[in-house]
Ligand binder design. Structure first.
Ligand code: SF4
Ligand code: SF4
Length: 469
């Protein structure tokens, strides 16, 4: 048996049984008490397999109520890192940018399987994708993106540029400039910072430049809290700046997807010449899980960029007419033609790129539609419901725009009602209602201001909302 190098204490009276620590633990150390409840009536968390604990702190980091303390004991033997290995293949990443050199792994790169926070996974995945530049301004709960990039120092290995800008407005305009040159550039922020970026988002959409923007949402409005939220759904999916435009919005629900969606986001952005967004919440950004990292790819050469992005500002060298990247068009008819071209692209994206995960939808009487961390908590609520004989299925939108309306409509074909749990006052529910054209009841359940619900709260909302005995 492996020697312990970690131990946790859990304040079982404060615990609300939300299950976040259980799913965050990479070694299956924790579980919720099946029968016992605390004085507040919750099935509380406990160490089911204490021998396996490695003291990684993932559980303590995700606990919204700070119930967990982690202790590290001096190891008498090195930890068995091999225990973290997973068999899973990396999911299909879509059509990658073409590179003339084959993808290679450098001898200097760390193991492809590692344990890290969602924010850190974003940063490392971007370096490995062959990113050209990051421009950002730190804001909780996503500051680890910039911190990790500075620790990795990619400017000394791949040549990637990392700049802490003076503000989010500066950062998004640096991204606009880099994207106009055909470079793979990105920024990350959290809700108040994302609001500041909306003008730049609109300009990039109108200029048809590909870029990646990451928003790890926190509770608002205003400066709000630093805790998780999903209340930027409208802003992200409906085009938060001025004018008729959309960004592709990817919603990860695991650290693995935080890493995977970096490559997918850029591939889609370059394919359609649009902005891709990763819309995560603070739980996914802060939680630690094992993650399979992609192999290191080389950055594209200037010649490759010139060939693959003939619209980009790359220096004429007298060889071609000059390229101008701008969102300004003062001729009304030309601006209308531009808009019609944007809309045609959006219809193509809706046709080709809508993604979602279906869980137990074949026989369900009741459907849950949830994304991000709420999908994870809803999975546990589904398990509890099925244990009581209530047949619940779930649709997890992976693209929030384009929204998987048709998939939801099909999954709900035989359902009696839909519950939409969100970390907001009810935003995605509007798209769900449109998807089913109000043919069946759709109820919302939400926690606000940075609070995260328990699986029991979601189950309670389902049974009360639809009068299920
Ligand atoms: S998440 Fe890490 S610290 Fe917490 S119980 Fe699991 S192994 Fe131990
Ligand atoms: S994360 Fe949730 S289940 Fe785990 S200790 Fe904290 S409140 Fe309890």
């Amino acid at each position: 048996m492996a020697k312990n190098i970690g131990a946790v204490t859990i304040d079982s009276e404060r615990c609300k049984g939300c299950n976040l620590c259980v799913v965050a633990c990479p070694l299956g150390v924790l579980a919720l008490k099946g029968r016992e409840v605390n004085n507040r009536g919750y099935h509380f968390a406990y160490m089911e397999s204490p021998d396996k604990c490695i003291g990684c702190q993932s559980c303590a980091l995700v606990c919204p109520d700070a119930c967990i303390e982690v202790y590290k004991c001096p190891p008498t033997a090195p930890p068995k890192r091999g225990a973290l290995a997973v068999e899973a293949e990396r999911p299909d990443q879509g059509q990658a940018l073409q590179r003339e050199e084959p993808a290679t792994e450098t001898s200097a790169q760390p193991s492809n399987v590692t344990l890290m926070k969602g924010n850190e996974a974003l940063a490392v995945a971007a370096i490995r994708y062959g990113a050209d530049g990051y421009f950002g301004y730190p804001i909780t709960p996503q500051s680890e993106v910039l911190e990790r990039l500075e620790q990795e120092m990619p400017w000394e290995t791949t040549g990637m540029v990392v700049v802490q800008a003076e503000s989010e407005v500066a950062a998004i305009n640096m991204v606009y400039a880099g994207a106009s040159c055909g470079k793979a550039v990105f920024t990350s922020t959290s809700s108040p910072g994302f609001s500041l970026m909306q003008e730049g988002m609109s300009y990039m959409a109108a200029s048809e430049v590909p870029a990646l923007v990451i928003n790890v949402m926190r509770g608002g409005p205003g400066l709000g809290t630093i805790h998780p939220s999903q209340a930027d759904y409208f802003q992200a999916t409906k085009g938060g700046g001025h004018g008729d435009y959309h960004a592709i919005v990817l919603a990860p629900s695991s650290v693995q997807e935080m890493a995977d969606f970096v490559g997918l986001g850029w591939d889609l952005a370059f394919k359609y010449r649009c902005v891709s967004m990763i819309l995560a919440d603070g739980v996914i950004g802060q939680m630690m899980e094992k993650v399979v990292l992609p192999p290191q790819r080389p950055r594209r050469t200037d010649d490759e960029i010139r060939r693959q992005c003939p619209w980009a500002v790359t220096g004429r060298k007298g060889m071609r007419p000059k390229n101008v990247v701008t969102s300004l068009e003062l001729d009304d008819d030309k601006m209308e033609a531009n808009n019609l071209r944007f809309q045609a692209t959006y219809r193509l994206i809706e046709q080709n790129e809508t993604r979602c995960e279906l869980v137990d939808t074949d026989d369900c009487d009741w459907l849950i539609v949830a994304f991000g961390s709420m999908a994870r908590i809803s999975m546990k609520a589904m398990e509890l419901a099925r244990a009581r004989g209530i047949k619940v299925g779930m649709v997890r939108p992976i693209t929030l725009w384009p929204f998987p309306a048709e998939q939801i409509r099909k999954a709900a074909a035989n359902a009696k009602g839909i519950l939409v749990p969100e970390l907001d006052a009810g935003q995605m529910i509007e798209d769900v209602k449109l998807a089913v054209e109000c043919r069946l009841p759709v109820e919302h359940f939400g926690r606000l201001g940075g609070n995260v619900p328990t699986p029991d709260e979601i189950l309670d909302a389902l049974t009360r909302g639809f009068n299920i005995a």
